[in-house]
Design a protein around this ligand. Structure first.
Ligand code: AHG
Ligand code: MN
Ligand code: MN
Length: 335
């Protein structure tokens, strides 16, 4: 197979337009997001020369130190997402409030939510990081342009995706008709369809959790991990492997490629905040992608996509991946 054998991102999206009616405006917006991701990828790769891998003196609304590249990536998303006149508002991990791009938000307008750089603690280490985004289409005009107006459940997403800045740059998207993965062909400016119809195998022998938090775990998670650790002789009757990249984008990409389960659960240390990962621009888009690929995504007893958001930067527990494992964890949470 040569690169000519792969559909370009635009060819694929136009095929989806004809096949399932993906709107042209959404395609334009996705092309803008792809441009943002391509530029971010380049900025990361040249970060050691530009001196941008480290921290700024600023903190974001969540009290986390911003890396220079967090800010650079946010600027790229802000700039490129503003091209399409249908985008009414932007919500970013790096911005305190919603940024309104229009005076009025009409039915059919888009809200774009994003984590411009996920896993940014890995930047100096040259370990994979990514960007995550989610798009909601307004069902009706908004009476007021407030932060509360964009608190919309994940089940309303029309599109979600991420870009993974690893040894190659991937772009993985769903518009609610399965999950497709593209790889940036260096030098061409094109993302080519390299991983069509990505699926999450229902069974797995691999899990991902930050095990340094063990002393804080709640009973269902402690039980699950303990049973995995018992291996062949334990109740699971098989050996498990463990992985933790500390970049959710990389973990989700691994799960989409060979299965697995990822947990960032609520624990006694993060319970007051609701969990670790943010609902609107981390958990919800990844939940949509994983479900579209045949996996499951839960807060522990309930679907992530059904959580009704109450705050812009709300955090939730995240358990996602192979259906069998998520089902088992849900069962342990309900017992
Ligand atoms: P961000 O860099 O956007 O703040 O998010 C990092 C997230 C996620 O990617 C990862 O799974 C998790 O934080 C890592 O947490 P630990 O530092 O507890 O391992
Ligand atoms: Mn993140
Ligand atoms: Mn981030």
């Amino acid at each position: 197979m040569t690169t000519e054998d792969h559909l370009t991102f635009r060819q694929f999206m136009l095929r989806e337009h004809r096949r399932v009616g993906v709107p042209k405006d959404l395609i334009f917006l996705l092309e803008d997001i792809a441009t943002a991701c391509r530029t971010i990828s380049h900025k990361i790769r040249s970060g050691a020369f530009a001196g941008t891998l480290g921290a700024t003196d600023d903190t974001n609304v969540q009290g986390e130190t911003q890396k220079e590249l967090d800010v650079i990536a946010n600027d790229q998303f802000m700039m490129h997402c503003a091209n399409t006149s249908r985008v009414a508002a932007l919500v970013s991990e790096e911005l305190d409030n919603v940024v309104w791009l229009k005076d009025k938000a009409e039915a059919g307008d888009y809200i774009v939510y994003f984590d411009p750089l996920d896993g940014s603690s890995n930047l100096e280490l040259n370990i994979s990081v990514g960007s995550i985004f989610s798009i909601v289409e307004l069902k009706e005009a908004l009476p007021e342009l407030t932060d509360e107006a964009v608190l919309i459940a994940g089940s309303e997403q029309i599109c979600a995706g991420y870009s993974l800045y690893g040894p190659s740059t991937s772009l993985v998207i769903t518009t609610g008709h399965g999950v497709n993965g593209f790889t940036h062909l260096n030098g061409s400016g094109e993302f080519l369809l390299t991983f069509p119809d990505m699926t999450v195998p229902a069974t797995t022998q691999e899990y991902a959790i930050n095990a340094s938090r063990q002393k804080y775990w709640e009973a269902p998670v402690a039980r699950y991990v303990d049973e995995c650790l018992q291996g062949k002789d334990g109740p699971r009757g098989k050996k498990f492997n463990m992985r933790w990249v500390a970049s959710m984008v990389a973990e989700v990409h691994r799960i989409l490629t060979r299965g697995g389960v990822f947990l960032y659960p609520r624990d006694s240390d993060n319970a007051a905040m609701g969990g670790r990962l943010r609902l609107l621009y981390e958990a919800s888009p990844m939940a949509f992608i994983i479900e579209q690929a045949g996996g499951k995504a839960s807060v522990g007893g309930a679907r992530i996509m059904d959580v009704a958001p109450t705050e812009l930067h709300q955090r939730v527990p995240v358990i996602l991946g192979s259906a069998e494992e998520v089902d088992l964890l849900d069962q342990y949470h309900s017992e």
